[in-house]
Design a protein around this ligand. Structure first.
Ligand code: FE2
Length: 494
């Protein structure tokens, strides 16, 4: 396989060996002021960028078989009023992480495909799940919470990143419950007299799936909770909101648990995608308990992430990143040897839903390979003009994310800031400027893995003019493995 990749290297925007090194574990925990800075950090940029992702890609030297199985490691980049920037990273001390670090052994299988060593005999009937707390991190209700969709949140101290423990959201959750890693921030909720609120959901999949929606006030108190049952198994990672609705895409998948229970495959490898079956769009009212849930069928495709949704008259618009098929790591293959050209790229689609006629039209907004979309948080659930997303360097085909795309949905104009060939991007976080007068007045913060130096950078781009030189590039002293999601808070924690 390596030779196969080598033959292709000349035509690639990246060096596969360098790309693979971004999946090296980072077992160390750091705590320092960043001094190696190109450019100048804006004085008005004050707050904390929290970011989560797998920090270990091996357990006690045994490589994971899927990067999403890695133990969660939080990074906090604090932008101080005096212009200094502080970096800190800490592992979430989950029960499983502590057990494995203390024992020196791999004690858990991973949900996405990692098996304990020793073959199926050492995995059969072992269905205990390790809460790895690795997908997102949010600061809400004065709590910093590391999220993983199959278990409870872990609370951390926002100043030190020390793990406090499992958090049940002031009694909203019970032991064994889960909550998604993709909450939506509603900037002005009808349920909260126009104040912000946090909307999140949990899924209990089975032959039918129970979706529970939770809404939280800024102090963390529960504003509403309601549950709905939909037919069939659900693999739903993300959702979208409008002022009146929650929107879910139920991908056309089935789950056969037996290879997992018998120790042959990870649970994630037991999910089968059915491209000839439709996806189901589930529309659940947020504010009118008497209004019924609607389910509409749409052309197939697999969606992990939504960009945004909004209402206009009797129409709802939902923008999502959709794949023609479910991108999976096949059993007994090395994810670091991924042949990108054999996988479908994620592309941005707009679903126009007419609530009266109960029809859905699907239109492609962007054909190039995209993932990790982000928008101005003040426009979540509202009509919006600009989206920011990770994208491949080339405008066709599938490849690692090496650039940030800004798409103007009004004019179709694109701006692209590429870090190829040695740079690999994570999720771009948009931070509005204080007193901004346009939607794109703000900074785009992104963590870059520099495959040439084997170190990571925090780059600050200008939201209005993404293509110009970075406002500042903050060089870390080490690398951080490819991550998942993060968020900004205007509170400075150090
Ligand atoms: Fe996600």
């Amino acid at each position: 396989m390596t030779n196969l990749i080598d033959k292709k290297t000349k035509n690639l925007s990246y060096n596969p060996q360098q790309w693979q090194q971004g999946y090296q574990s980072q077992p160390n925990e750091y705590d320092y002021f960043i001094e190696d800075i190109d450019g100048k950090v804006p004085e008005q940029l004050q707050g904390t960028f929290f970011r989560n992702g797998p920090g270990l890609l091996d357990v006690q030297g045994i490589p994971l078989q899927h990067p999403f199985d890695g133990d969660g490691m939080i990074c906090a980049i604090s932008f101080l009023p005096n212009g200094k920037v502080h970096f800190r990273n800490r592992f979430v001390r989950t029960e499983g992480y502590v057990q494995e670090q203390n024992s020196g052994e791999m004690l858990y299988r991973g949900v996405f495909g990692t098996q304990k060593p020793g073959g199926w005999l050492n995995n059969v009937f072992d269905v205990k799940v390790k809460n790895i707390a690795n997908t997102n991190v949010i600061y809400w209700g004065k709590k910093l919470l590391a999220l993983w969709e199959a278990a409870e949140p872990y609370r951390l101290d926002p100043k030190t990143l020390e793990t406090v423990g499992i958090d049940y959201l002031d009694g909203v959750l019970n032991s064994g419950d889960s909550i998604s890693a993709h909450p939506c921030f509603d900037p002005a909720s009808k349920l909260n007299n126009g104040e912000p609120c946090l909307v999140n959901f949990s899924i209990k999949p089975g032959l039918s799936s129970k979706i529970t929606i939770y809404e939280f006030a800024p102090n963390g108190s529960l504003l509403s909770r309601h549950s709905h049952t939909v037919p069939g198994f659900s693999f739903i990672h993300d959702f979208a909101i409008t002022p009146n609705y929650c929107l879910f895409l139920q991908n056309p998948v089935t789950f056969n648990p037996f290879p997992y229970i018998l120790g042959f495959k990870g649970a994630g490898e037991c999910v089968d995608f059915h491209p000839k079956k439709p996806s189901k769009l589930i529309i659940i009212p947020r504010t009118s308990p008497d209004e019924k849930m609607k389910t509409l069928e749409i052309n197939s495709g697999f969606v992990f992430h939504h960009v945004n949704a909004f209402e206009e008259g009797n129409n709802i618009y939902l923008d999502s990143i959709s794949y023609q098929s479910l991108p999976q790591v096949q059993p007994d293959t090395d994810y670091k040897e991924t042949d990108f050209e054999r996988l479908d790229p994620g592309q941005i689609y707009r679903f126009k839903i007419n609530l009266d006629r109960e029809t859905v039209n699907k239109e492609m907004l962007e054909s190039r390979c995209c993932e990790f979309p982000y928008i101005n948080p003040n426009n979540i659930g509202r009509n919006y003009r600009y989206l920011f997303t990770g994208t491949a360097h080339n405008d066709q085909g599938n490849a690692p994310l090496q650039a940030i795309l800004k798409l103007d949905l009004l004019t179709g104009k694109k701006q692209i800031h590429s870090f190829a060939p040695q740079g690999y991007v994570g999720e771009p976080i948009f931070v509005p400027k204080p007193n901004a007068t346009s939607e794109d007045q703000g900074w785009v913060l992104v963590m870059i893995y520099d495959g040439h130096k084997h170190r990571s950078d925090i780059v600050i781009l200008d939201g209005e003019n993404l293509e110009k030189e970075p406002i500042a590039t903050l060089h870390l002293k080490h690398h951080i493995p490819y991550g998942l999601h993060g968020n900004w808070t205007s509170e400075v924690f150090i």
